[in-house]
Design a protein around this ligand. Structure first.
Ligand code: TNX
Length: 542
């Protein structure tokens, strides 16, 4: 009798922690509210997907992503055709839920039905992403998986993002990744509910976007003699027929990637670097520099390179043409024009730049940089876009309608003056930095140390910014500079799992931030990545 009681007691103890505090489903980013419900929905070949017209794309996405692993060929219907069937997944827009803002959704799972209601189609799409995460991780497999019970636990979720700009930047200049690889990255971003892809298309080491008016930009500027950065030539396969290293996207490629991104509710922000970081451009059209060459060497042996001449009108004519073609390809609001790390020595020594400063009443080269950006801003604004640039575009006075991407400061000052700001501080969001202090166990990186826990601690709202200006902080993003990242598997390794932490910092409510809970949800995310064959960093970060 006593024994039985003890057994019973230990049984209760064993079960209690599980039943009492049922582990919440491993959803990343953590939703605003999650309430566990009785029962579970079981996916079967008879399950119907019912979507009104406005949500049909998300419904098709869902059907397409359920199919490979389950083998069930769901058809998307606008009305239930068989009311007695074993349950249905409903997708619709709603205006009835006053809590839901843009990109928000409500997801309800009972034994009979799954309902996803979105404030807009993006919201429905994010509801679909959450639903996929509620299924066993094998749902992410690319081939048929047998022996899995495709159950979705009963749950009621209401969710929406904290920030509107949830981004990732990929530098495709230092190393080139194919269109297919870029699209795969977009797929993975969508799973994390990220909505902004910043495509760093231009830098000293490569020009990656076809410009019809200036074919040499890609004929010359997209290729270099070797992989560079003292890396193993075998670490990449991006070699042209002539053996040169590099690559570029045709305008057709770009249009396809933009459309693909749109289908995933991702906006692409193209970056065309200027006035610095422009060796690739100036190798193709050296007449746009002060010296007439991509770089110049002064009497002391100093090398000043990759800067457009701010004195020549031809420079601005060239950049106008380039931006015209770029803006034609990218429908998003923002055009990124770089503006970072511009050495001023060329301009100091250039007669035309000095003459420009005199005629425009500019007191130093910082003001010349500001003059440069303001002229470009006019071109961008005239096309109905907005200009965004790195912290340094504030030098010499920020252009009136420009937004700032803060990597080394300036957010508080810019936001206080009414400018929009995207946060990407080196301390929290530089994914080119090491993920561990044990460098021998890591692939070679540029330096730094950005462990997962640090990304998780990222708070996009600057503490010093008064509340009334906080709406100018659009959100944040991580930057993957790729000097030492020569192939796409390595990109994945640098991005995952840090992007999961970033996504939670940008999406989930500030007060819901929970590092321990995040770590408990991470193994499920690893399983999802494993199913997709994605490379990621495992283990602790010390
Ligand atoms: C600074 S962040 C840069 C990049 C480098 C990166 C390396 C920024 C606007 N410019 O050109 O790749 O550091 O971490």
């Amino acid at each position: 009798m006593k024994l039985t009681f003890l057994r019973l007691a230990s049984l209760v103890l064993l079960v209690a922690p599980l039943a009492g505090a049922a582990p919440l489903p491993a959803i990343i980013p953590l939703p605003q509210t999650v309430i566990a419900r009785e029962g579970a929905f079981r996916l079967s070949p008879q399950t119907q997907i019912i979507a009104e017209a406005a949500t049909r794309d998300s419904a098709r996405y869902l059907a397409a992503h359920l199919k490979p692993a389950t083998g069930f060929a769901f058809k998307v219907k606008s009305h239930p055709t068989n009311p007695s069937a074993q349950g249905a997944i409903f997708l619709r827009l709603t205006t009835a839920n006053p809590h839901l803002r843009a990109e928000g959704y409500a997801l309800t799972v009972t034994a009979d039905a799954i309902t996803i209601e979105g404030a807009d189609d993006a919201g429905v799409f994010y509801g679909v992403q959450t639903l996929l995460q509620l299924l066993p991780p094998q749902i992410y497999a690319t081939n048929l998986v047998t022996g899995v019970d495709w159950q979705v636990p009963g749950v009621q979720i209401e969710d929406q993002p904290r920030f509107a700009w949830r981004g990732l930047m990929l530098d495709v200049s230092r190393h080139f990744y194919t269109k297919t690889e870029v699209e795969q990255l977009l797929d993975l971003m969508a799973q994390q509910k990220l909505n902004t892809f910043h495509w760093h298309l231009v830098d000293d080491q490569g020009w990656r976007i076809e410009i019809k008016k200036y074919p040499r930009l890609t004929e010359v500027g997209a290729w270099r003699s070797g992989v560079g950065f003292k890396l193993d030539p075998q670490s990449t396969t991006s070699y042209g027929k002539d053996g040169r290293y590099g690559g570029f996207y045709t305008q057709k490629d770009i249009r396809e990637v933009v459309a693909y991104a749109q289908s995933l509710h991702i906006t692409i922000v193209p970056e065309i670097e200027m006035p610095g970081h422009s060796i690739a451009s100036l190798s193709a059209y050296p007449e746009n520099s002060c010296s007439g060459g991509p770089y110049s060497i002064d009497a002391t042996g100093g090398v000043f390179h990759g800067v457009y001449c701010a004195g020549k009108e031809e420079t601005f004519a060239f950049l106008t043409d380039v931006l015209d073609e770029v803006m034609d390809l990218f429908p998003g609001q923002y055009i990124h024009i770089g503006g970072d790390e511009v050495p001023k020595d060329n301009w100091r020594k250039c007669e035309l730049c000095q003459a420009r400063m005199k005629s425009e009443g500019l007191k130093d080269e910082h003001e010349l940089q500001s003059y440069f950006i303001r002229r470009i801003e006019k071109i961008v604004d005239a096309h109905g876009h907005h200009l965004i640039g790195w912290s340094e575009i504030r030098e010499g006075g920020l252009a009136p309608s420009a937004a700032v991407m803060d990597w080394i400061g300036g957010a508080v000052e810019a936001a206080t003056n009414g400018h929009n700001v995207v946060m990407s501080p080196t301390k929290y969001s530089y994914f080119d930095h090491y993920q561990s202090t044990n460098h021998t166990a890591e692939p070679h990186a540029i330096g730094g140390y950005l462990p997962l826990s640090q990304v998780y601690a990222f708070e996009p709202l600057p503490a010093r910014l008064p509340a009334k200006f906080q709406s100018h902080i659009l959100g944040g993003q991580a930057n993957l500079w790729t000097e030492y990242v020569a192939n796409f598997k390595h990109v994945q390794y640098m991005v995952f799992p840090r992007i999961c932490a970033l996504s939670e910092a940008l999406w989930s409510p500030r007060d819901a931030r929970d590092w321990t809970g995040f770590q408990q949800r991470l193994p499920a995310e690893f399983s999802r990545l494993d199913e997709q064959g994605i490379n990621y960093r495992k283990g602790s970060s010390e």
